[in-house]
Ligand binder design. Structure first.
Ligand SMILES: Nc1ncnc2c1ncn2[C@@H]1O[C@H](COP(=O)(O)OP(=O)(O)OP(=O)(O)O)[C@@H](O)[C@H]1O
Length: 721
């Protein structure tokens, strides 16, 4: 089952009434149409499960997209809903909405529906099943996690730590979980918590969310000794913003950089998944680690929010492109396993423990999934020649016809190809039916036998997927480069200092560079620079990269001019018979900077935009050949990049070895260190869990409870130099 992606185009706002609308819903509301910025007569089409235009109400959104997931929630499946889009496109409006009944967003409606269903379940079972609802709510602000039930003045600057639970799922440690038994209680808590959320007025949105807000609603169904948990997560992502348009001050710029960075990482994750790369950079931002797109089981719905006006043109194309890739991500519809409470009186260990899901909640999720390497090609859908996946209305022999794309027939076909265990569904808006439920023939089997059978089936299916994906993913980056990236990432990962943030940018820069994405690499170096401002090597590196980009562009334009023919464009979908003449208003200032359109930078389909304009150089070398974009092996440039990271990290091999052992958080390894017994090792691991993941220096290690300078020295000297 894929992530369900739907688009919502918001109406014009009061201050936009005189503006041109350039985005429209078409083809029975399954396609978004938008003109090519370089050629207004040409339209791009992006197909989604559903498209909602300005006339769509909050009720429509909820009934069609969210309400159908509630029954799955009560069957034990987790549900993830998230809103994605540029700032000011209506994410918060869609998720939270307004105060009036008609304006309420999908979150309050979801809760209302959950309570209604809970009452029904209790009634239908004559109260044999009891349903409890509890919620936690937090925001990720400047890549730090804060509990929204805590007022800002009570926050610790470092925020709450994240760690992986037993099933490999990232969980926030120390989060408040509030039971809420009625809708009224929920609304009170939710409204109160929203006051703690970081929002500010920006030029693009008077109430702009400056953080990603994650609401987790935990539903616990208890029938006798059997307890089943499931969680609905509703995520209102902060919107990307182009700081040339925002007039943001320093504080807003820092927030903005953090928002853009995390969205950039999200786009990188989606790109890596869609290219079936073995390494998905989830851990490069807290938001992606928590969202874990494609790793979570259950149902996932992404609402893509779009503004209809021209001033958002390129941002809208970026978002559409991102969403287009997201819809290909697969998630497994696997129910959380119920567990049984210890019937012995006084030994009811699990009751009331919010952490209980960590107890093998999703035992069928093997480690393979954490690679997210299970994405498969769907049929023979051709790879788009350009950065946009454009669906043509004209039938083409090699392309899957658009008219089939969302029909029951195509879904059935796709489901056969995609997932051996999925069966086609005609239900509702094309939601697939449950796959992992045992059939009637299995009804007489014991619980253990059913579990074993399901596990075997899932493992077989996953093994099949992995086999296929590993065959085709090898040639993107060579093993050696991948190893170096992984090693570098490992060293950077977990470091919470400012310097570590800089290193994260460097790491991302390097990842882009090895993929030949120089412009993105330069953007990342620009973000890293403030952290290492006196590092001449970095400055030189950026200058060299800038030069390289300039030369590449010059060559591209020279080639284009000489051939005197336009670059290959996606197939135009249609030429509208009557199109409103597009105004040249103040928005054009913004577009001039992007007059290369989406072809400008094939490697850069991300949301993040550089703050500085990169000017096109004058042409000299007209006939120079265009270099291939993708490199496969490390270059001297990359070597120097490693050196740069090394010098910044400045750790001796022995220190590194020690920190690596400590950061394994493995008692059996740590207790082998000189001067450390099992008890001390256990204490260290406990401290590390509270600390969120890792220690990055000996000083930090020495400050852990029960460690001290002497122990550190013992541990270090006990290691082979
Ligand atoms: N479908 C809609 N109908 C009416 N008004 C809308 C709709 N969508 C958005 N708006 C209005 O547009 C403005 C911006 O919306 P909103 O704050 O939800 O954007 P956002 O994407 O959450 O922005 P940010 O990322 O900056 O938080 C608000 O005034 C909101 O009321």
């Amino acid at each position: 089952m894929s992530v369900r992606v739907v688009a919502r185009i918001r109406p014009l706002l009061k201050n936009e009434l005189d503006k041109d609308k350039i985005v429209e819903a078409a083809d029975n509301k399954t396609v978004v149409r938008i003109p090519n910025p370089k050629n207004e007569a040409e339209l791009y089409s992006f197909q989604f499960s559903s498209v909602y235009d300005e006339a769509a109400t909050q009720q429509d959104m909820f009934e069609n997209e969210v309400s159908p997931t509630v029954k799955h929630l009560f069957k034990g499946c987790d549900v993830t809903l998230f809103a994605y889009g540029v700032t000011g496109t209506g994410k918060t409006h869609t998720m939270r909405g307004g105060k009036s009944l008609a304006d309420r967003g999908v979150i309050p409606r979801l809760l209302s529906s959950i309570y209604r269903r809970a009452r029904k379940v209790e009634k239908d079972t004559a109260n044999a099943t009891q349903v409890e609802v509890a919620m936690s709510y937090y925001e990720i602000y400047n890549d730090r996690v804060f509990d929204l039930f805590e007022p800002p003045e009570k926050r610790t600057p470092a925020g709450l730590p994240i760690r992986d639970n037993q099933s490999g799922k990232a969980v926030v440690v120390g989060l408040t979980e509030r039971p809420c038994t009625t809708l009224k209680e929920f609304e009170q808590l939710y409204d109160q918590a929203n006051l703690n959320r970081s929002t500010s007025a920006t030029k693009l949105n008077a109430h702009s969310s400056r953080s990603h807000a994650v609401l987790c609603v935990k539903v616990t169904q208890t029938t006798g000794e059997e307890v089943q948990f499931s969680t609905a997560s509703a995520i209102d992502l902060a919107g990307s913003e182009d700081n040339r348009r925002t007039d943001n001050n320093k504080e807003r710029l820092v927030e903005s950089a953090s928002i853009n960075k995390s969205l950039f990482v999200l786009a990188s994750c989606v790109e890596a998944i869609s290219k079936k790369q073995s390494r998905i950079p989830y851990r490069e931002s807290k938001m992606t680690r928590i969202l874990a797109l494609g790793q979570n089981n259950g149902h996932c719905v992404m609402i893509l929010n779009l503004a209809p006006v021209r001033s958002y043109h390129l941002d809208t194309l970026s978002s559409l492109n991102f969403a287009n890739r997201t819809k290909k991500i697969e998630v497994n519809e696997i129910e959380n396993q119920p567990f049984f409470r210890d019937p012995l009186p006084g030994k009811n260990k699990l009751e009331g423990k919010p952490d209980a899901p960590a107890m093998n909640r999703q035992p069928l999720r093997p480690k393979l999934l954490s690679q997210n390497s299970h994405l498969k090609e769907v049929g023979n859908v051709p790879k788009p020649a350009k950065q946009f996946s454009v669906y043509s209305d004209k039938p083409k022999t090699t392309q899957k016809p658009t008219s089939l794309a969302n029909t029951a027939q195509s879904r059935a076909l796709t489901s056969q190809i995609k997932s051996p265990k999925r069966i086609a569904s005609n239900e509702g808006l094309g939601r697939p039916t449950k796959a992992s439920k045992p059939n009637a023939a299995e009804a007489g089997m014991s619980k253990d036998a059913i579990e074993a059978l399901i596990e075997r089936k899932v493992t077989e299916a996953l093994a099949g997927r992995v086999d296929q994906s590993t065959v085709s993913s090898g040639d993107v980056i060579s093993d050696e480069v991948q190893k170096r990236l992984d090693a570098l990432e490992k060293r950077v990962e977990g470091q919470e200092t400012e310097r570590a943030e800089g290193l994260q940018y460097l790491l991302m820069a390097k990842q882009h560079q090895v993929r030949g994405e120089d412009v993105s690499a330069l953007k990342m170096y620009q973000l890293a620079l403030p952290f290492f401002s006196d590092n001449q090597k970095l400055v030189r590196k950026m200058a060299a990269l800038q030069e390289k980009i300039n030369v590449k562009k010059a060559e591209k334009h020279a080639a284009a001019e000489i051939q005197d023919e336009p670059e290959p464009e996606p197939v135009p979908v249609e030429k509208p018979a009557v199109r409103r003449k597009l105004k040249t208003d103040e928005d054009d200032d913004y577009h001039e900077e992007h007059d290369d359109g989406p072809n400008h930078d094939d490697e850069d389909s991300f949301i993040y935009r550089p703050r500085t304009k990169i000017r096109r150089p004058q042409l000299n070398n007209r006939m120079a050949p265009i270099q291939p974009a993708v490199k496969h092996s490390p270059t001297p440039e990359e070597d120097s990049e490693d050196e740069l990271a090394n010098s910044l990290l400045n750790q001796t091999p022995r220190t590194k070895q020690l920190l690596d052992i400590i950061n394994t958080k493995d008692v059996s390894k740590i207790k082998l260190l000189k001067g450390v017994g099992a008890k001390k090792a256990e204490a260290i691991v406990n401290c590390l869990c509270d600390l969120d993941d890792s220690v990055t220096s000996l000083g930090q290690l020495g400050k852990l409870k029960g460690v001290g300078v002497k122990t550190v020295e013992n541990m270090r000297t006990g290691l082979q130099a």
